[in-house]
Design a protein around this ligand. Structure first.
Ligand SMILES: *[C@@H]1O[C@H](CO)[C@@H](O)[C@H](O)[C@H]1NC(C)=O
Length: 429
């Protein structure tokens, strides 16, 4: 017999079985309380006292739980923390730096505080900081190393372990700016706006020269620990990422711990289902803005520019950087897309671009193919869609392209690049 049903006797129409049971149980307990209170004490005043006691015990328990939970939240890492401003470049560059900073934090065994992403929303004069976890999951990173968002660090830990008045910033050597002998960590954009996001003022600068952060020996690591022992330097706040640019080859596999947030994944799925709607589809990244065109003019003097190493290798061992790889002409784009579409029998092409789409030339050459252009205001969704394409063509030199390549490599998906055929023997592409 279900308790409660007996009291009410029957199922009350409109409430259903579940509703009747709940109502029945409530009546039983209310009745029990009313009667037992009277029977046990015989007096109204004792019943009130018993109820008060029960309420107090209940309140105690709740407070105790809250205390335990908030204490465990406030666990302080005895190995210390690393903070930094991703102050160089846009998303693609910041993502390269991130991999290095993650590896650096792991090798010093300090918790990495995940900085917000720095964005430039024209015509706003100051950079805009977007919380790390708007774009990426935090828990997948925890599989590699201890991390926490900067929002959480600043609200929960900073008041205790990094209070105003004790905030030191660290840089390689003196940086020019308003004060002499200082890192001038807040001079300029995005430096100032970044730290202002959390109302951070620095009280002091320290310099880590001649130490560096891409090391190969245990001695390099020990030098850092000797220079900045965690008990004296609980927090190391860097003016810029403690990482090489572009990302060191050895850190590229760390990309597999970087997973898009649910918000981005949902938006990506929506584009693939509703806008593209067919498979197979080819994803392409066009980097054709005038800024890049100008940058490409310097390719001859700096062949390892930006992400070039992803194609030619860090020592140029897989080929040579050419102007077409950096700024592919429209006819080359059409030719290479068509070759890939034919090979895959692709039904659609997704175009992520920073400026022109080349869609007219592409449609003329492939009238049966559906062309979908990404939303220029949502570059992260573009990246996510390119990551899911059946084949991807990117730009060797672009760090935005490199992000997609790393993500695809981490799950074994194929990618290629404009105007680049790797030297034989290099099958990793
Ligand atoms: C790293 O730090 C954690 C937390 O402080 C500690 O439990 C762990 O033993 C350390 N690992 C190494 C290799 O020192």
């Amino acid at each position: 017999m279900v308790p409660g049903l007996g009291v009410v006797g029957t199922i009350i129409p409109g409430l259903g079985v579940g509703g009747t049971i709940v109502l029945g149980r409530a009546l039983v307990w209310a009745g029990l309380w009313y009667m037992c209170g009277e029977v046990v004490t015989g007096e109204q005043v004792y019943r009130t006292a018993v109820r008060d006691l029960v309420m107090k015990m209940y309140g105690c328990l709740v407070l105790l739980l809250v205390a335990v939970v908030s204490c465990s939240d406030l666990d302080i890492d005895p190995k210390g923390y690393i903070l930094y401003c991703p102050c160089m470049g846009r998303f693609g560059n910041q993502a390269e730096h991130f991999l290095g900073a993650l590896a650096f934090a792991k090798s010093l065994n300090r918790t990495l505080v995940l900085p917000p992403w720095v964005e430039y929303h024209w015509p706003k004069p100051r950079s805009v900081q977007v919380p790390f976890d708007k774009y990426f999951k935090v828990d997948t990173l925890l599989a590699y190393h201890r991390v926490m968002t900067m929002e959480k660090f600043m609200s929960e830990l900073a008041p205790e372990i990094w209070p105003p008045g004790e905030r030191t910033v660290i840089c390689y050597g003196v940086r020019s700016g308003g004060q002499s002998g200082s890192c001038n960590a807040k001079d300029g954009n995005p430096f100032g706006p970044f730290w202002d996001t959390f109302d951070i003022e620095f009280d002091n600068s320290e310099f880590y020269s001649p130490l560096h952060y891409e090391w190969s020996s245990q001695k390099d690591r020990q030098d850092w620990i000797n220079r900045f022992p965690p008990d004296k330097y609980r927090v190391l706040a860097f003016t810029g990422a403690p990482a090489a640019f572009p990302a060191a080859q050895k850190n590229i596999p760390l990309h597999r711990y970087l997973h898009w947030s649910k918000e981005i994944t949902d938006a990506v799925d929506k584009v693939i289902e509703e806008k593209i709607g067919v498979r197979p589809f080819v994803g392409i990244h066009l980097r054709l803005g005038s800024d890049f065109e100008r940058a490409c003019e310097h390719l001859e003097s700096s062949p390892m520019m930006f992400a070039a190493a992803q194609c030619v290798g860090s020592r140029g061992q897989y080929g040579k950087t050419t102007p077409d790889m950096c700024y592919p002409p429209d006819d080359l784009i059409v030719r290479e897309v068509k070759a890939t579409v034919d090979e895959l029998d692709a039904k659609a092409v997704y175009i992520a671009t920073d400026s022109r789409t080349v869609i007219q030339e592409l449609s003329e050459a492939m009238s049966q193919v559906k062309f979908v252009v990404g939303d220029p205001d949502r570059p992260h969704v573009d990246l996510g869609v390119l990551g899911q394409a059946d084949h991807y063509i990117g730009n060797c030199i672009s760090t935005f392209s490199a992000f997609v390549k790393r993500e695809r490599d981490s799950v074994g998906k194929l990618s290629s690049f404009w105007a680049f055929k790797p030297k034989e023997g290099h099958i990793e592409l």
